[in-house]
Write a protein that binds this ligand. Structure first.
Ligand code: FES
Ligand SMILES: [Fe+2]
Length: 366
């Protein structure tokens, strides 16, 4: 089995095609519902090169291109906050459907024709809620989300995320690697033995003999098969923390390491049986750079943990040191993609990884 030809990691033209055919058409994780849970709350970020804003107005959440319809200023500043849905440049106020609700000094200074007035609107994108997880689709006519993710996966994520706590920490880091390398790395369960010999490998067992490759399936089913998740690794040692009994967790959880991989670029991990979670999104910046947007949170705290903030920061530090080990490897792989470097040769155990690259290629050819 072969991996993708190396130009898929180096060609700006192929990257643009991926932006259009993959990131422009599929459902992408945009943020968490809890970040925009009250009226006026917003979360503004960049996703696959587009500035977007999730905005709550009167309890309804919309997702918009964060570019003012007047003269293109950013409507909401980057990050989370609570603020009227008003552009800071000339005060145009927007409604939840994206239309302009109010323009200061409209009569005297703008005198738009009715047609011009109608065309003033923020671009609104389709949004789907899966429990706490919000997914956006940039297409005008998006595919149904259950064609991208199986109903079983969607209902499990909805159930699990129902137990997410409302305190979270967010961090971001840009690495020098193509966005597909983490997608491949995460579907490679043998790498912890070599890349994380001191950190992850002594604690968890992810390895299993390769299963017989499933029969290739057609069309959308194939797309669904590259997104999956659940209990994936066993702890090699018993460990527990006193604050665990302060958490209310998903009742179906076992004591395993949980991993969920959602094509194209989302990874949710819970190393401790759904007590704490890391949500990682590998956002493509350009063909050789990827921005990791990383959230950490615990499951619902029955009483607020007194050291909750310090705990989240500690979790983030721990996760970052493991991710750094992955980053070093991915950056070295990216550096090797000079012209003439060999196409990757995949073994039987890399079946999931192979499916990931096959689906990527199919979507480009579509
Ligand atoms: S650019 Fe936004 S109100 Fe003018
Ligand atoms: Fe890793």
């Amino acid at each position: 089995m072969h991996g993708l030809p190396t130009e898929h990691y180096t060609s700006p033209a192929l990257f643009e095609r991926e932006r259009e055919r993959i990131f422009g058409r599929l459902w992408l994780f945009a943020g968490l519902k809890m970040m925009v849970s009250r009226s006026g709350a917003y979360y503004a970020r960049t996703l696959a090169g587009r500035p977007i804003v999730l905005q709550n107005l009167g309890g309804e959440v919309g997702c918009f291109l964060n570019v003012c319809a007047h003269r293109n200023a950013q409507v909401q500043p980057e990050g989370v906050g609570v603020r009227a849905f008003v552009c800071g440049y000339h005060g145009f106020r927007y409604a939840i459907d994206g239309s302009v609700a109010q323009i200061p000094m409209e009569e005297t200074h703008y005198r738009y024709t009715p047609k011009e007035r109608c065309s003033l609107a923020l671009r609104r994108f389709s949004l789907e809620q899966v429990g706490e997880l919000l997914f956006v689709n940039f297409a005008d006519d998006p595919l149904p989300i259950h064609e991208q993710f199986s109903p079983e996966l969607l209902s499990q994520l909805a159930e699990v995320s129902h137990y997410f706590d409302t305190d979270l920490i967010e961090a971001a880091h840009t690495g020098r690697y193509n966005w597909k390398l983490p997608g491949e790395n995460l579907r490679d369960l043998l790498h912890p033995r070599f890349v994380h010999p001191q950190s992850l490998f002594p604690l968890f067992d992810f390895e299993r003999p390769p299963t017989e490759p499933r029969a290739p399936s057609e069309g959308r089913t194939k797309l669904r098969e590259v997104s999956y998740g659940g209990a994936e690794g066993r702890a090699k040692k018993d460990f527990s923390w006193p604050w665990w009994n302060q958490l209310e967790r998903w009742p179906k959880a076992s004591e395993d390491y949980y991993n969920w991989l959602l094509f194209p670029n989302l990874h949710i991990a819970s190393p401790d049986g759904c007590r704490t979670f890391g949500i990682e999104q590998y956002d493509p910046v350009d063909v050789g750079h990827t921005r990791l947007v990383h959230f950490m949170l615990t499951s619902r705290q029955k009483d607020r943990l007194p050291e909750g903030d310090a705990l989240l920061r500690g979790m983030l530090r721990g996760a970052r040191s493991i991710l750094e080990e992955d980053t070093n490897i991915m950056e070295s792989v990216q550096r090797s993609f000079v012209s003439g470097s060999p196409t990757m040769q995949l073994g039987a155990y890399e079946h999931d990884l192979h499916q990931f690259v096959t689906v990527t290629q199919d979507l480009l050819d579509d």
